[in-house]
Design a protein around this ligand. Structure first.
Ligand code: ADE
Length: 317
């Protein structure tokens, strides 16, 4: 597959502004694998003008990917490369499209995805029973090194950064359609970056609503209008964002716990909402429920969400 570019030259030397020579990429290890794609931690020589090998993340399709999956991947590449740079959106560096497999080179986020990160920061549940002999015959308490738990301020800060990234997308007429903690990356400095634009759409010039193509649906993150008749919009992204905030507050629980996908479908269509999670402040729950208003037009904009969270954060001190 080839991406056409105006700056394409015939001598094959350097084809488009962001076409990167494949020989200057060294693959390291696999960061994540989906059904059709994978992301590999890699090094790329002089990709950001430093003259050095930089650690990057390279996304590619597996050989077994279907045409639709390859199309989703190309969609992601074409979309990501034209999003104006933003701190809270994963940075696109370049691509290799001259031959297969097509590669998309992005910034590397050392802390991985937010969902795994949150789950790893849960306080350890059960202390080993005291006095009970272990297999080795000793009866010492096993000490587990638990990282410090996250403060509510940090959780607000994550939510705010993601809202800022989402505001940038909506300002650029992009509907993400898969807003979820698994699709947010975290840098070593705790900066959240929205990623995974495989399902995203540029809605510029269209009517904000679009029927989606087939493929697995992120049911538990979907707004009622998206579930019922595939109407995706910035407002349905706001709903999903509310679910994401719920994931953040619960340190990565699965939405609608104990319910099957079809139960969730009915529950959401009946206009019901998840209850306030333990440890969630009233303010933050209020924000979530605003995002889950049945009527999409009554939901807050990402700009409203940013302002509300900024106020909450200031109050946290
Ligand atoms: N950058 C893009 N995708 C990534 C991933 N899955 N892990 C770390 N950094 C990334």
């Amino acid at each position: 597959v080839r991406l056409q570019s105006e700056s394409e030259r015939c001598n094959g030397e350097f084809l488009s502004g962001d076409e990167f020579p494949r020989e200057r990429i060294r693959f390291l290890d696999c960061l994540g694998e989906g059904t059709f794609g994978k992301v590999v931690r890699s090094e790329a020589l002089n990709i950001i003008g430093t003259g050095r090998w930089e650690v990057v993340a390279v996304k590619m399709c597996k050989e077994t990917a279907t045409d639709t999956e390859k199309a989703d991947f190309l969609n992601e590449l074409l979309l990501l490369r034209k999003i104006p740079k933003h701190l809270n959106i994963v940075t696109y560096y370049g691509c290799c499209t001259r031959s297969d497999p097509v590669l998309m080179v992005m910034e590397y986020a050392p802390n991985g995805d937010l969902l795994t990160y949150l789950r790893g920061r849960r306080p350890k549940k059960s202390e080993p029973e005291t006095g009970e002999a272990t297999e080795n015959g000793d009866n010492e308490k096993t000490t587990t090194i638990t990282p410090p738990t996250l403060t509510s301020k940090e959780l607000f800060a994550f939510s705010l950064q993601i809202a800022r990234g989402m505001k940038h997308l909506s300002d650029n007429n992009i509907v993400h359609r898969d807003v979820a903690a698994r699709n947010v990356l975290l840098t070593d400095r705790g900066v959240c970056k929205i990623t995974d634009f495989g399902l995203a759409r540029d809605i510029h010039g269209s009517d904000n609503y679009e029927r989606r193509s087939k493929g697995p649906l992120p049911i538990r993150w979907m707004a009622p209008e998206a579930l019922i008749d595939g109407r995706h919009s910035t407002w349905s992204d706001v709903w999903s964002y509310g679910i994401l905030v719920w994931e953040v507050v619960t340190l990565g629980a699965s939405p609608y716990p104990g319910m099957s996908a079809s139960q969730v479908f009915k529950f959401v269509n009946d206009g019901k909402k998840m209850e306030k999670p333990q440890h969630c402040t009233d303010d933050l729950y209020d924000l979530m429920t605003q995002c889950w208003r049945q009527s999409s037009a009554k939901r807050p904009t990402f700009d409203d969400i940013c302002s509300q969270l900024e106020t909450l954060l200031e109050r946290e001190g």
